[in-house]
Ligand binder design. Structure first.
Ligand code: SAM
Length: 298
């Protein structure tokens, strides 16, 4: 098989042919919606700024349509696939690319630090590029972000609605704890909106390609990250409640209400505001002040 034939995996006919030839049945429970549009695959691969010195981790290669594009652009590709039935297919579609390694496993369980050491030590930079299985989008992205892996970009196809929540700014209904968690680690950009028609089988929702550019340092100074995320989660626990009521339900008790009010006043945050109106720097200020209060009242 040469490069041209391999690239043809990214067409509806070739995808159907590969699936038929191997007697493969798609599993909805594994989020198996295969991309069949060459233009979108090129756009995803191009968004990661790859070159022959860089490495890519792909999650869920399926039959290898995106993997082939990544292999053409990067010096090393590691593709983690949970479904063992796809391995013989990948062996065939990826045969022209010896610098691609397929790892059979669940990305949520795999030891990513070990995978890095084994495969990426010679790469100048590494990115994650994937058409993600939609049933585990958020856990996968949060695992990649909070392990603080040395990543350049995460470029992923996900549900449009989730991409909009990840990139939302304060004030709107999409803005929530996911927006803050993602934006704490990365700058976000929606690169493309993708209709269901380019997948086999078609999902029920629109999709989007989102690019996360990992930050070298968080955009705000946070003294205790676990507490920062606890404060964010508490403030969004009931979206229609004020932050004062949410904080009282989650992090303070009645006896410490005056202290909480003093903290909010010190931070210049009106207690009657809702969680969705607070910017990330206000959450940082608030969590640092709560930490100082806890230390001093110990
Ligand atoms: N990359 C292919 C494409 O673009 O056509 C397939 C994408 S499909 C949306 C998602 C892929 O992720 C499937 O191949 C599925 O078997 C795989 N997958 C699902 N859950 C996974 C997990 N936890 N770890 C690794 N791969 C997984």
């Amino acid at each position: 098989m040469n490069d041209r034939q391999a690239a043809d995996v990214a067409s509806p006919n070739r995808t159907k042919e590969v699936i038929r030839k191997h007697g493969f049945t798609l599993k909805k429970s594994l989020g198996q919606n295969f991309l069949t549009d060459a233009n979108i695959l090129h756009k995803i691969a191009a968004s990661a700024g790859l070159d022959s010195a860089k490495g890519v981790l792909e999650i869920g290669p399926g039959i290898g349509a995106l993997t082939q594009q990544l292999a053409k652009a990067a010096g090393k590709v590691v593709a983690v696939e949970i479904d063992g039935r796809l391995l013989p297919i990948l062996e065939e579609t990826l045969a022209p690319y010896p610098h691609v390694s397929v790892v059979h496993g669940d990305v949520l369980k795999i030891d990513l630090d070990a995978l890095w050491r084994e495969h990426f030590s010679g790469c100048s930079k590494v990115s994650v590029v994937a058409n993600l299985p939609y049933y585990v989008t958020t856990p996968i992205i949060m695992k990649l972000l909070d392990r603080k892996l040395p990543l350049e970009y995460i470029v992923v196809m996900i549900q449009r609605e989730v991409a909009e929540r990840m990139s939302a700014k304060p004030g709107g209904k999409e803005y929530g704890s996911l927006s803050i968690a993602v934006q704490y680690y990365a700058e976000t950009e929606i690169v493309a909106i993708v209709p269901p028609t380019v997948f086999i089988p078609q999902p029920n929702v629109d999709s989007a390609v989102i690019r996360l550019k990992l930050r070298e340092a968080p955009p705000v100074h946070v003294e205790d990250e676990a507490l920062f995320f606890d404060v964010v989660h508490a403030c969004f626990a009931q979206r229609r409640k004020t932050i004062s009521n949410n904080l009282l339900a989650g992090l303070f008790d009645k006896a410490s209400k005056p202290a909480m009010e003093a903290i909010l006043a010190d931070c210049g945050i009106d207690p009657s505001r809702r969680g969705e109106t607070l910017a990330i720097d206000e959450y940082a200020r608030l969590s640092n002040a709560i930490l100082a209060y806890r230390r001093q009242s110990r």
